[in-house]
Design a protein around this ligand. Structure first.
Ligand SMILES: *Cc1c(COP(=O)(O)O)cnc(C)c1O
Length: 381
């Protein structure tokens, strides 16, 4: 049996290549100046990241989860409020809502983009609804124009969960720059990954930015004067230095991901069982993940693993069916599209450093595992 050993993502960098050397030198500066928590390196990264997202402000925080929680709190979400989001995301999207004391209210997704279906939005709005959190899943943005139109009509805040969408665009506008705030994760596996944990909120609203700056630092206005009950959600200086160096390479890395996605889509276009979605015509995705849908997903996942190709599932259980959220009382069948996706999605290896040859191998092995391939072999035997 063929064994190709293709990792799902490749987190191991090298300290010795030019990129690694450049980052290490900058980390050395942080150490020499003792700028470990917040400080000048964080400020410099914030300036560069705001420019990248074309927003007035960026605030470095501890993680993507912190970013979502801080953005919601800064926009006034609290106990008694409902916040609308989607069930097919990483659980952090809902957790951040719950951590504000609010309740996540799910709506189903569009079956082609796997993102919030704007047609589901208006029927889900009640007097308790305070905000909407569309998730730009897999690196493709949600359909923001109709979402923003509904939000304006009902005076709702919009927080973009852009944790998988650094550099993605919607009608030429960068992820994070359209809603009242946009939230990013720099978890190591994300398109822009730290050497540890980190996140950011971007916004064009100075008042929101100032609130987040306070809340991430114990609600502190000046030393030991606290006007809000905040938290320690600061970005650390070493992560900021790493991220500022890596940000320079993000556009090129995203181009590489797009090229890989095009090749996958070409190679899989003629395979009936594999459903490959074309990117929505409103934007430019950044392929945090390359996801196909197919029957017998779990068997194929195992078969790929046996042949050395690491695939993954994002996500096997929608949030409304997680034990943590059983109190919402939402059973199977509540969100048919999200549930159907959860049963059939498969994420293929994706990283800027993959070679075209590796992508061809993945596609060839995937095809060899499909039911028709089996039938053909049987027929030919
Ligand atoms: C990664 C991720 C988060 C959480 O980010 P962390 O940095 O891990 O806290 C939130 N939402 C989505 C969609 C993510 O992919």
């Amino acid at each position: 049996m063929e064994n190709s050993s293709i990792p799902f993502i490749d987190l191991k960098g090298s300290r010795h290549d030019p990129r690694g050397q450049e980052i290490l030198a900058e980390v050395g500066e942080v150490i020499d100046r003792g700028a470990f928590a917040g400080g000048e390196f964080v400020t410099r990264f914030e300036e560069d990241f705001a420019a990248f997202c074309r927003t007035r402000r960026a605030l470095g925080v501890g993680s993507g989860t912190d970013a979502l929680w801080l953005a919601l709190r800064a926009l006034g979400v609290g106990p008694g409020d409902d916040v609308i989001t989607v069930p097919n995301s990483f659980i952090a999207t809902a957790e951040a809502i719950s951590a504000c004391g609010a309740r996540p209210v799910f709506v189903d997704v569009d079956e082609h983009t796997h993102t919030l279906d704007p047609r589901q939005l208006e029927p889900a709005i009640t007097p308790r609804t305070k905000a909407i959190v569309p998730v730009h899943l897999y690196g493709q943005m949600a359909d923001m124009d109709p979402i923003m139109a509904v939000a304006r009509r009902h005076d709702l805040r919009v927080v973009e969960d852009a944790c998988q969408a650094h550099g993605a665009e919607y009608k030429g506008r960068p992820a994070g720059s359209i809603g009242d705030a946009g939230c990013f994760s720099f978890y190591p596996s994300k398109n822009l990954g730290a050497w540890g944990e980190a996140g950011a909120v971007v916004t064009n609203d100075e008042t929101v930015a100032e609130r987040i700056a306070r809340l991430r630092n114990h609600g502190q206005e000046e030393r030991y004067r606290h006007s809000d009950i905040g938290w320690n959600a600061r970005m650390d200086g070493i992560q900021a230095a790493v991220l500022r160096m890596k940000l320079k390479h993000l556009p090129g890395d995203n181009d590489a991901r797009r090229a890989h996605a095009r090749l996958y889509s070409e190679l899989l276009a003629d395979v009936d069982e594999v459903r490959v979605e074309a990117p929505a015509d409103y934007g430019r995705p950044v392929y945090h993940l390359y996801v196909v849908r197919l029957p017998e997903r779990d068997r194929i996942l195992r078969g790929m693993a046996q042949r050395g190709i690491a695939c993954a599932i994002h996500y096997p259980t929608p949030i409304h069916l997680q034990t943590a959220y059983r109190s919402l009382g939402l059973g199977a069948g509540s969100f048919p599209v999200a549930e159907k996706c959860a049963e059939s999605v498969l994420s293929l290896p994706m990283a800027p450093g993959l070679s075209p040859g590796q992508i061809e191998t993945v596609a060839r092995v995937l095809k060899s595992l499909l039911p028709t391939a089996k039938n053909l072999r049987v027929a030919g035997a």
